[in-house]
Design a protein around this ligand. Sequence first.
Ligand SMILES: Cc1cc2nc3c(=O)[nH]c(=O)nc-3n(C[C@H](O)[C@H](O)[C@H](O)COP(=O)(O)OP(=O)(O)OC[C@H]3O[C@@H](n4cnc5c(N)ncnc54)[C@H](O)[C@@H]3O)c2cc1C
Ligand code: FES
Length: 352
Amino acid sequence: MYKVTIQSTGRHFPVAPGETVLEAAQRAGIALPYSCRAGVCGSCKATLIEGYCDYPFNPPVALSGTSPAQHAILLCQAVPRCDLTIEAREVTSVEDIARRQVDVVVSRKWMLAPDVIGLHLKPASADARLTWLPGQYLDVLLDGGRRRPFSIANHPQADGTIELHVRHVAGGGFTSWVNDTLQVGDPLRIEGPLGTFVPREDAERPMIFMAGGTGFAPVKAIVEHFIALGTRRPMHVYWGARQAADLYMREQAERWAASAHDLSFHAVLSDAEQALASGIRPGFVHEAVLQDHPDLSGYDVYMSGPPAMIDAGRKLFTGAGLPEERLYYDSFDYAPDVLAQILGNRAGIVGL
Ligand SMILES: Cc1cc2nc3c(=O)[nH]c(=O)nc-3n(C[C@H](O)[C@H](O)[C@H](O)COP(=O)(O)OP(=O)(O)OC[C@H]3O[C@@H](n4cnc5c(N)ncnc54)[C@H](O)[C@@H]3O)c2cc1C
Ligand code: FES
């Protein structure tokens, strides 16, 4: 067993042979940031102060472009080769919530947009109720150990109802099954809560929220949480999609803007013709954020949605002065097993 120490807090935990730093931290009840668990999104990036590690599973794709002098480490893939000292941001608010596998039943299924399905899941029994923080996600457990991650679109309800917004991915096995076959009354097994995309309440800074497509789901949960708290912090909510129909809860977001204290809502469409026809602002959603807020140094930014949007936000927002530690995100990548297969195929092709 090797030992990993977090330099700033002095907290430490043992890592079993072959275990990743993230898995070992979770086993020890220490919450370090993560999202995709596949090495591609970069949300688990930390600084390696001392020691060495290997990447025996997926290659650390999210470190490409990082210079060796920056001593970066990807916690979800790094397996220590000796004792390590790291610097990482702990997300203590999620530490006390136990992750559980529970059975749920589909209690409602409806079309939110032409390719987005809304699902309500109810606990199958009284002890199958999940607790979560707004913005966290769950895994739907499938045969053969496969999992499909989806963000929870609501905050915890008295009856335990979980709301999901599921985009039907072309060629996607699970989401096609949800679209074509899943019915009200069907059972599902889920595990949660997962992820560290949660509200940070230790500051008074204004906040920017940027969602792409169904990335609106966790943003909705977090914004509703801040509204329920009666926050006085200004909130600027941006939601980007290709066409107007994809902004499937636009009226709800407009109601927030009309009733909440200092909240503005901005819809953005990337399809220029659709934008012209609907009168909605044209362009990419990250461009709209930067046009309105060219200096992001005084903000906290939350973003979730497709990997391309997240990549653009990571690069451009930090370039506009946003400190990296105040950028919180969930990248809607494919499931870890699918990414492992894709990365494995790619490594085989290029002879890595
Ligand atoms: C933290 C997180 C939260 C998320 N939250 C949401 C959410 O709230 N709503 C939402 O809609 N989505 C969300 N996603 C994305 C969602 O998990 C994926 O869309 C889902 O896993 C797709 O499952 P599937 O079985 O339908 O597709 P899969 O069968 O996994 O296939 C996905 C795609 O990959 C392709 N593919 C599969 N295998 C290979 C291979 N070997 N090589 C090349 N291509 C391949 C398929 O053709 C298909 O296009 C989230 C993702 C993450 C990581
Ligand atoms: S790269 Fe590690 S969680 Fe995404």
